[in-house]
Structures are given as structure tokens and as C-alpha cells.
Design a protein around this ligand. Structure first.
Ligand code: DGI
Ligand code: FE
Ligand code: FE
Length: 246
């Protein structure tokens, strides 16, 4: 599918205020970079990044009215905090106003605020790009997170959900079910992944060749020998390293 990026940008220029437009360009740029890193379709990432906040600048009362008009389901928390509706309304406008029907792009827009369990690669890319794009400066540990995002995408998703819940619990205490579910999913995923890795590490360390590492390390001359670099072969055997980096 061909997307007319210039046309989308021109329309967003009119629909969004300056700050939101610059943020949008930042998200598209960051999502494209993450797509290059993780092997996602770069045009899809750019379009999803461009359109993720396309409904953000509609006043809250209008958001509610438009959702009612277009029969978009409104949950209790969305009634209370209508800004949350910009994701659902944005996904709707992406289809109706921008002719974008790619399911993955639409779901990336739909889930970009709360996240959700078991996100697709594109959903994770948009979710993370929204939080780390260069124009963002308020969240804590952004420099570290920007690095992690390009090394370990699931870890970045987990940290964002954890920090968002922490921020919301101090501020409003009003948590969308989906944010909570997404947090639990990624928290379990990271814990299980690390558990598996540790178990494999353990058995690896029991291997003869690995045990030699300790004594080797005590001996300067031995350290220089490549055979003493057991860590490497351990990691290749059990792919712990690969898992933790994907
Ligand atoms: O639209 P953006 O500002 O670019 O970013 P966004 O769509 O991720 O929205 C960010 C805001 O959404 C931020 O203030 C945290 C808030 N948010 C995320 N999950 C929840 C939430 N707010 C409430 N009340 N409940 C949630 O579960
Ligand atoms: Fe948003
Ligand atoms: Fe955004």
C-alpha cells in the first residue's frame, strides 16, 4: 500500500497545534528508526507515528460527542478522562479521513496510550516511540530508556508501563484496565525471560568448561587465552544473550 506522507503531514499541520505537530514528527521519526532496528516495515511505522495523535487536539467535550455520534464505545474511565479517547477516535479517523485500513497500523494507534498485552512489533514501536521521541523531556530516565529502546524493546515497554503506573498512582489514581493488564503482561514476560536465562546460566556454569573460567581468571597468563573466554560459548549454547537483546 502506498501512503501519501506529504498529504498526511499537510492535513496534520491544520488539525494539530504546533507542539503536537512537532511531537508527531518526532514520533514518526523515532518509530521509523526503531522499525529499521527491529525489521518492521518503515513506511507503516512512519504512518502509524504520524497518525497516532491525529485526534488529540479535538476538545474533550467534542471527543465524547464524536464517539457517541460514531458509535464508538466509551468506558467509565474514558467518560471521566476523555483525553484517553484520542486513541480510539484517532484510529477511527485514520480509517475514515486518511484511508488507512492496515489492521496493524490501526491497532498501533488504538493501543498507543494504554498499551495492551502481547502487542505486535509495530504496536510496541509506536508505544515506545511516543514516549521517547526527541521532543519529550519530562519523564524520568529518558536518556537511559532511549538506549534500552534500541537494545531491548520489551524491556522498554515494561519500563514505560511501570513508570506510567507509578506517575498515575501519584497523580490521579485513575488507571485504565488495559494499562494495568499491559503492565502485568510485560512484567511477567520480563520476569519469566530473566528466570529462564538464569536457569540456563546456572546449568551452563556447572559445565566443566565453564568451571574452568574461575581458575583461569585468577591466572593472568590464562586470561589472555581465548579458550578462557567461556562466557561467550555459554551464551551461544543457551541463547540467553540473544533472548535478552531481542
Ligand atoms: O498523547 P500523548 O500525550 O502523546 O501520549 P499518550 O497518548 O501516551 O498519553 C499520555 C498520557 O496518558 C499520560 O499523561 C499518561 C496517560 N495515561 C496512560 N495510561 C493511563 C493514562 N491516564 C489514565 N488516567 N489512566 C491510564 O491508565
Ligand atoms: Fe497520544
Ligand atoms: Fe503522542
Amino acid at each position: 500500500m502506498e501512503y501519501d506522507i506529504d498529504k498526511i503531514k499537510q492535513s496534520l499541520r491544520r488539525k494539530l497545534d504546533n507542539y503536537r505537530y512537532e511531537h508527531t514528527i518526532g514520533v514518526a521519526y523515532t518509530a521509523t528508526s526503531l522499525a529499521m532496528r527491529y525489521g518492521e516495515d518503515i513506511k507503516k511505522a512512519e504512518v502509524a507515528g504520524l497518525l497516532h495523535d491525529c485526534a488529540k487536539c479535538i476538545p474533550d467535550d467534542k471527543k465524547l460527542a464524536k464517539c457517541i455520534k460514531h458509535k464508538i464505545n466509551i468506558t467509565d474511565i474514558e467518560k471521566e478522562r476523555p483525553y484517553l479517547l484520542h486513541s480510539k477516535l484517532g484510529a477511527f479517523y485514520a480509517m475514515k479521513k486518511y484511508d488507512v485500513y492496515d489492521k496493524d497500523i490501526i491497532n498501533s494507534i488504538l493501543n498507543h496510550t494504554t498499551g495492551c498485552p502481547n502487542m505486535t512489533l509495530l504496536e510496541k514501536i509506536v508505544f515506545v516511540a511516543d514516549y521517547i521521541e526527541p521532543g519529550r523531556n519530562k519523564a524520568k530516565n529518558l536518556d537511559e530508556l532511549r538506549k534500552i529502546a534500541f537494545e531491548d524493546l520489551d524491556m522498554a515497554v515494561y519500563i514505560i508501563l511501570r513508570d506510567t503506573l507509578d506517575y498515575l498512582s501519584k497523580k490521579t489514581g485513575n488507571i485504565d484496565d488495559m494499562t494495568q493488564k499491559a503492565y502485568e503482561y510485560y512484567s511477567n514476560l520480563i520476569a519469566n525471560r530473566d528466570d529462564n536465562c538464569n536457569q540456563k546460566d546456572d546449568s551452563c556454569n556447572k559445565e566443566d568448561s565453564c568451571e574452568k573460567e574461575d581458575s583461569c581468571n585468577k591466572d593472568d597468563s590464562c586470561k589472555k587465552e581465548s579458550s578462557c573466554n567461556i562466557d561467550d560459548s555459554c551464551n551461544k549454547n543457551n541463547s540467553c544473550n540473544i533472548e535478552s537483546k531481542e
